[in-house]
Design a protein around this ligand. Sequence first.
Ligand code: GDP
Length: 193
Amino acid sequence: MIDFSRMRFVRSAMEPVHFPNLQKPEFAFSGRSNVGKSSLINMICKSTIARVSKTPGRTQAINFFEIQELVFADLPGYGFAKVSKALRQQWKSLIENYLEQRKELRLIVWIIDARREIDEPDLMYYDWLKYYRRKLFLVLNKIDKIPKNELQKVTSRIIKAFPDEQFSLCSVLKHSGRDQLAAAILDELKKPQ
Ligand code: GDP
């Protein structure tokens, strides 16, 4: 069993030259701003290592964390309307470089707000991840906000939009879904490279 609570901050990288050379399997966390990405990383690590942001969309850096067995990369969120064009361009270039170059990257944990319909920015982001042939695990977060009798509708929507992808349901608020995500990470680690 991996002890995620030993996770330690390595570095914040605003440019590819600052990506750390850690030579360990890497798992990236990504999603729209405010989807609960920092909260999810904190839940997995049972800590407050990824700051839960007060101003969504501000940070345009990739934050790297490590334990003995693996690395987490916290990617800046996409689709936040209030950032400038220059910041958006900076984001695009950083993520593009990361997706293209990062050989250690094994899996992208893509967090989606379970309440929202999949829209154009999501689909564009998805196409982009697929263009770089990256493997995904989808986490539908904030399911505490959805009435139980509507959960089926939410999962059907995801299966229809992304039929080839694995996903799980999650509520950081209710502390549910941690085990499925941890299992997906462990599964991926066991696969031969
Ligand atoms: P990030 O911008 O994606 O890193 O999102 P944060 O982790 O900063 O969370 C954004 C907001 O969503 C915060 O107010 C969190 O408390 C809240 N949040 C995160 N996960 C959940 C969840 O599962 N349910 C609910 N209701 N709120 C959540």
